[in-house]
Each structure stands twice: as structure tokens, then as C-alpha cells.
Design a binder for this molecule. Structure first.
Ligand code: MV4
Length: 502
């Protein structure tokens, strides 16, 4: 049985994973870069190891240093969180080679799903619907023309090594096809070291709906229903909810069964997500599989009543799933907002800085997954997401009302955040009605983004505001005096001076 877990991540997800470990009586090991000495995950963990300089490449992506810290600490398992090494097949393989349990799927599942062409082929073999298009790596330009003549425009060219919107191109006419194909291939080679691309029919105004699955080592696979993730900006999800307002019970069962089949096709182990796009007339197509725990997992946890991290750990321990598909039900409605340290009224410019004051929302039906505290400086090296706010209600309108209330209660100064942008979304009629697609943000940009009519007075005011804000940040902020629970000055001090460099 696993006694000590190293969390190979930072920020809110590292803290979230350690919380489940603590409930299970499992020891926690943090790893941290030079920029993260005072980070919350370091304070929360039982032990912490420095794994290198601030840039991710030299720390959170440094396999040797992380394995070194795991050995030194005596951790018997590694949880990768999301991002960083979570979908890195070499890391999963390395862990098993050195006898440390990787909490997630094996290298085979990661590789098969990571290569989008192989994933498509595997899905077709397993009876999971994919978007009409090519099934082989596209090298022959004549073949491209043939396929497009068959399926018709518009089409998308996607990179096999891509995913999550990276390396995608929309093509609407034959004259653009071959030039775009050539560009896509050379770009894919540059970005992923692989020029393999494929073609899919372009689905206009789709919904992004994904299914959570859990698979144990004994071949049992269940799905934990869907998440609606259509509200995105530049392929970054902004709001996620479950159940999907678009869903009906028959479609849910059918897509859930396909999601289970997708996981079984790669002998999957652990928690994973099958992404689908769904057209307005409810045709659905497999897009890709995410072989990790996702940012939006809490809405599923709240509505299905399952701790997904706890289940990941049980699975890693070789236990059989303790529930069957028919034991799982959805209760009420959950919504998650991702809150970033960025300025929605200035082209979402990242706004890292020192948290001067923070009051998190609390109360019935609110979950807050964050990691920043008063006096903490958000480093500029990593993702600027500062927390996730999750609300639950018996009904969707109740969950929305709670989200409005929670966003209203959330006070944070020192950095600019996306809170006001999220508040505006809560007031958009198509969101309230649950009638939205992946084009929601661009379609409502008029209402969501402030159009600043800036005369000279306005510019003067902006200058004064910027100056006051600058003076504010210069003010020396005393680090809070921790005496218990979240760590101690003594521990922070130790981590500054007596750093265990590997
Ligand atoms: C598509 C599509 C339409 N047709 N594929 C974007 C992210 C990546 N996972 C796949 N994406 C899309 N693939 C076909 N054949 C539209 C998108 C898409 C999208 C998908 C989900 C959520 C937001 C999106 C925003 C723009 C485009």
C-alpha cells in the first residue's frame, strides 16, 4: 500500500492532491523550483525538495530531479497533477522502471492517445464515432484532395502531435487546401518534431462535452457522466458545468458507453477524460482523450459525490473500483469558474504580482480550490490561474445564483483578476438559458469586454491609478505569521537557507 506520495506539481492542484492524501493518512512530499520556496504546496506538504531553477524546463519538467527527490524522500508513488509531466509517456515509464508507482496510465496508453492519428484509428476500431476525415497520416497531396472532395468544405487540418487546439487550421476552399496543408506540416514539424497531420470535416458551432472515466487494474471501467466545457477563450476553458444543458438521458448513456469503450481500447488505468464535439443536432464525435486528472474535475466530484484523487490512489494501490456504473447518479448542478491573475479589459494581459488582501468566498454550496495567500507573490514563470471557484445547487439556476454570490464575496487586491469578466458572463441571457456553443465568448464580446473610450482626461486618470497601484506594491508587505496548520516561518526559513540541491 502507498504510504508516501510525491506530488510533481505546484499551485492549486498540488494542494488539492495533498488534501486527499492527508485524508487517507498518506504522507506528502512537495517539490519546488527556486521561484516557489514560499508557495502553498511547499508549506502544506510534510517534506519539500528543491528541484531546480524557476523555469519549468529546469524544475517541474526535469524528470531526473523529480525522480531523485522521490528516491531521497522514500516516496512510493508520484502524482503528476495536470500539465507539466502528467501526459509524458517517458516519465510514466521511468517511474515504473525505478519501482515508483506513477498515479496514472502506463506509457502505452499515454502514447496511443497522445498521437491523435493513432487515437483516431484506435477509436474507429472500437466503434467510437470520430469526425469524418482521414484515418492515415497525410503525406500525399492527391489523397488530401480526394478526401476533401468526399467530405466537402469546410475542413480542419490538425497536427497528430498537437491537441487542445494547437496546430489546427480551418480551410474553407480548394484554393487554400494545398498551401494550408504545406504550412500545417512544416509548423507541426517545428512545434512537435513530427509533420504528421490529418483532415477532419469542420463541425460548425459545436459544443465541447467531455466524459470523466475511472478504470482500475482489473479491467473495470465506469464513466462519471459529462462536463460541458464549451465556454472557452483561445482554447482555454473559462467555465465548466455538469450536467450539460444540452444533454438528455439517452444521449448521456450512449456517449458514456462510448467513453468507457475508448478507455478499454487502450487498457486504461486511472482517471481520464474523453473529449467529444457535439453538433447542434446532437451528433457526437470523439476528439481526443486526456490521460490525466483535469482542471475541471471538481464539478464531477460535487455532482457525483466521488473524490477523484482518492479513487486514483485506490486504483494505483491495485484495488478494484468500489462502485458499479449503476451505483453512480448525478445530484443537482455544479459550475466552476477559473480565476486568473490577468486583466480582461486589457486583452487578458497576465498580471502577476503580490497579493495584498484576499477574502475567499465561503458558505453553503461553495468550494474554493486555490493556493495564494496574503503577501504571496504570484511568480511570472507559470500559469497565471490563481484559483477555481465551484458552486453547487439543487438546480442550474441555484448554482448560477450561488456563483454570482461567491464572485461578489471574493475580494482580492494587489493583482488584477478575471472576476469581473466572470460576473459579466453570469448575466448573459444565453448563458442563463443554457443555450451556448464554443463561440459564446466571441459572440458576446461586446457585453463581456469594456470598450474604453479614452480621451485625455481618461488617460490622466489611468496614469494616476497606475501610479497609486505602483506605490501600493512598493509598500513593504509583512509575511503573515504562521503558527500552525499551513506551515511555519521556521520551515520557510529552512527551505531558504538549507536547500537540498540535487
Ligand atoms: C474541431 C472543431 C470543429 N470541427 N474539430 C479545438 C480544441 C481541440 N480540442 C479541437 N478543437 C476543435 N476541433 C472539428 N472537426 C472545433 C474546435 C474548436 C473548439 C472545440 C472545443 C472547444 C472550443 C473550440 C473553439 C474553437 C474550435
Amino acid at each position: 500500500m502507498i504510504k508516501k506520495i510525491l506530488v510533481a506539481n505546484r499551485g492549486e492542484i498540488a494542494v488539492r492532491v495533498m488534501r486527499s492524501c492527508r485524508e487517507l493518512g498518506i504522507g506528502t512530499v512537495a517539490v519546488f523550483s527556486d521561484a516557489d520556496r514560499t508557495a502553498m504546496h511547499v508549506r502544506y506538504a510534510d517534506e519539500a525538495y528543491n528541484i531546480g531553477p524557476a523555469p519549468s524546463r529546469e524544475s517541474y519538467l526535469n524528470i531526473d530531479n523529480i525522480i531523485g527527490a522521490a528516491k531521497k524522500s522514500g516516496a512510493d508513488a508520484i502524482h503528476p497533477g495536470y500539465g507539466f509531466l502528467s501526459e509524458n509517456a517517458a516519465f510514466s515509464r521511468r517511474c515504473s522502471e525505478v519501482g515508483i508507482k506513477f498515479i496514472g496510465p502506463d506509457a502505452y496508453a499515454i502514447t496511443t492517445m497522445g498521437d491523435k492519428i493513432t487515437a483516431r484509428q484506435t477509436m474507429i476500431r472500437s466503434g467510437v464515432p470520430v469526425v469524418p476525415g482521414t484515418t492515415e497520416k497525410l503525406t500525399d497531396e492527391k489523397k488530401a484532395v480526394e478526401v476533401v472532395n468526399e467530405i466537402g468544405f469546410p475542413i480542419m487540418i490538425k497536427a497528430s502531435g498537437g491537441g487542445g487546439g494547437k496546430g489546427m487550421r480551418l480551410v474553407r476552399s480548394m484554393e487554400d487546401l494545398l498551401p494550408m496543408l504545406r504550412m500545417a506540416r512544416s509548423e507541426a514539424m517545428n512545434a512537435f518534431g513530427d509533420d504528421a497531420v490529418y483532415i477532419e470535416k469542420y463541425i460548425e458551432s459545436p459544443h465541447h462535452i467531455e466524459f470523466q472515466i475511472l478504470a482500475d487494474q482489473h479491467g473495470n471501467v465506469v464513466h462519471l457522466f459529462e462536463r460541458e466545457c464549451s465556454i472557452q477563450r483561445r482554447h482555454q476553458k473559462v467555465i465548466e458545468e455538469t450536467p450539460s444543458p444540452l444533454m438528455n438521458p439517452e444521449l448521456r448513456n450512449e456517449m458514456g458507453e462510448k467513453a468507457v469503450a475508448a478507455a478499454k481500447a487502450v487498457n486504461y488505468e486511472g482517471a481520464g477524460t474523453i473529449e467529444f464535439i457535439v453538433s447542434d443536432n446532437l451528433n457526437y464525435y470523439f476528439l481526443e482523450m486526456n490521460t490525466r486528472l483535469q482542471v475541471e474535475h471538481p464539478v464531477t466530484e460535487r455532482v457525483v459525490g466521488v473524490d477523484l484523487v482518492k479513487e486514483q490512489i485506490n486504483i494505483a494501490n491495485g484495488l478494484a473500483l468500489s462502485f458499479k456504473q449503476e451505483d453512480l447518479k448525478q445530484h443537482g448542478h455544479a459550475i466552476q469558474c477559473r480565476i486568473y491573475a490577468e486583466d480582461p479589459d486589457n486583452n487578458f494581459m497576465p498580471n502577476p504580482g503580490i497579493i495584498k488582501h484576499i477574502t475567499e468566498p465561503l458558505g453553503l454550496g461553495v468550494r474554493y480550490d486555490g493556493y495564494v495567500y496574503e503577501g504571496y507573490e504570484i511568480p511570472m514563470y507559470y500559469d497565471p490561474m490563481i484559483c477555481k471557484l465551484i458552486t453547487w445547487g439543487q438546480t442550474r439556476p441555484e448554482a448560477i445564483a450561488r456563483m454570482r454570490r461567491a464572485l461578489y464575496e471574493y475580494k482580492i487586491t494587489g493583482v488584477i483578476t478575471s472576476i469581473k469578466f466572470l460576473e459579466r458572463i453570469m448575466d448573459i441571457p444565453s448563458f442563463i438559458a443554457g443555450k451556448y456553443t464554443t463561440h459564446f465568448i466571441e459572440e458576446n464580446s461586446e457585453k463581456l469586454l469594456l470598450k474604453k473610450k479614452c480621451g485625455t482626461e481618461c488617460e490622466d486618470m489611468a496614469f494616476i491609478a497606475a501610479f497609486v497601484n505602483y506605490m501600493d506594491k512598493l509598500e513593504k508587505i509583512q509575511p503573515p505569521k504562521y503558527t500552525d496548520a499551513l506551515g511555519s516561518n521556521w520551515k520557510d526559513f529552512g527551505r531558504k537557507r538549507n536547500v537540498l540541491r540535487l
